[in-house]
Design a binder for this molecule. Structure first.
Ligand code: FAD
Length: 343
């Protein structure tokens, strides 16, 4: 028999003004922080300054004190650290318990998560226990004069952007797509405070056990890649993607793809960049045989350096590229690979 979710209706008059500050729930796995966490701290620094309120981070895990220190270097001024052996691996229930405990005690007015598999799971689980809403998959954030979070997200197949407000309740919560914001440069001179949180967990409340951890073979991780060599319909088939893989390997990067290439079965969907794929923000994005349709561009336009390789001089991708190479990718890509290997 399911119990009703706790706290969905706040009891009596709640003093929402007690809620202050922006909190980013950092995501880490085995000590490696998801880039979106630092990106969220970067954008949240701006929001917190606008609100004249503290920027806080929440770090959950085991042996993660170093991550708490890094969070200060990336802009947080107060870091809540919940470090315990039973929190070594992500599990919805213990992690959401910790988050709820910290949110209820610290009372941040805004709480943000990365829109990753873990962030989406955690934020959704928490939202069901709070008298508030959750705006998922945001691509823009701002705050207005009434301290309301303006959480914007694409709607109707990216044809419009909807700005969603949570007017009555706190905290205002959102998940944010990786790659849309920029992290602040890491600065170890930044000052901040680390506050330890005792995990509010009794052993009986944890109902799952992690038996082992197996790293996926050839796992594609476009979100965290510094270099992406992406191919589209112009690549012509699986053999063409082999050429791109060689350049990606020479550059220490990953292979991306347009939806056309994925739909043709030349490469799996986890390589797809764009509206219905992954949003990326690498240092270098090489687009080969990709025309530059808007649904592709929304997923890669924030790359620091874009190189297009397309034989059509009028292909739209050349308009957003920093370096536009008009030519046949079957000549250009092997030549680039040679040059990188020789460098
Ligand atoms: P094309 O548009 O066919 O372009 C191929 C390009 O290759 C051409 O510009 C051509 O000049 C060039 N070319 C050909 N041969 C060579 C050669 N030898 N050397 C150099 N250049 C060559 N698309 C995505 O990518 N990601 C998404 O997430 C996505 N989501 C979508 C969601 C919706 C709701 C819809 C409607 C569409 C979506 N699309 C998405 C599809 C998108 O609209 C385009 O159809 C797709 O991006 C086109 O892929 P492409 O650039 O590889 O192919």
């Amino acid at each position: 028999k399911r119990k009703p979710a706790v706290g969905l209706q706040p009891e009596g008059d709640v003093d929402w003004s007690a809620y202050r500050g922006v909190m980013v729930v950092l995501e880490q796995r085995r000590g490696k922080v998801a880039k979106v966490s630092w990106q969220l701290l970067g954008e949240s620094r701006r929001l917190a300054d606008k609100l004249d309120a503290p920027l806080m981070a929440l770090v959950i895990g085991h042996d993660v004190e170093d991550i708490a220190r890094q969070a200060i270097g990336y802009g947080a001024e107060r870091v809540y650290l919940c470090d315990a052996p039973e929190l070594a691996d992500y599990r919805t229930r213990p992690y959401s318990r910790v988050c709820l405990h910290v949110i209820r005690t610290v009372k941040p007015e805004i709480v943000l998560f990365g829109a990753t598999y873990t962030g989406r799971d955690l934020a959704g689980a928490i939202a069901t226990h709070l008298p508030t809403g959750l705006t998922a998959d945001c691509t823009q954030l701002d705050v207005d004069d009434n301290r309301l979070l303006l959480a914007s997200r694409p709607a109707f197949s990216e044809k419009m952007v909807a700005t969603i407000l949570c007017k009555q309740f706190k905290p205002q919560m959102a998940t944010v797509r990786p790659g849309v914001f920029q992290a602040l440069p890491f600065d170890e001179r930044r000052m901040g405070e680390i506050i330890r949180v005792t995990p509010p967990l009794d052993p009986g409340s944890i109902r799952t056990e992690v038996l082992g951890f197996v790293e996926a073979v050839n796992r594609v991780n476009l979100e965290d890649a510094d270099v992406i060599v992406a191919g589209g319909r112009g690549v012509g088939g699986k053999a063409g993607f082999e050429l791109l893989a060689q350049l990606a390997a020479a550059l220490g990067g990953q292979v991306g793809a347009s939806r056309a290439a994925v739909d043709l079965g030349w490469i799996s969907h986890d390589h797809q960049v764009g509206q219905t794929g992954t949003t990326v923000r690498p240092k270098v994005y090489i687009a080969a045989g990709i025309s530059g349709a808007v649904q592709h561009v929304v997923g890669m336009q924030n790359a620091e350096l874009i190189v297009s390789v397309n034989k059509d001089p009028d292909a739209p991708i050349h308009q957003i590229a920093h370096y536009a190479i008009v030519g046949d990718l079957f000549e250009v890509i092997p030549a680039l690979t040679e040059a990188v290997r020789a460098a």
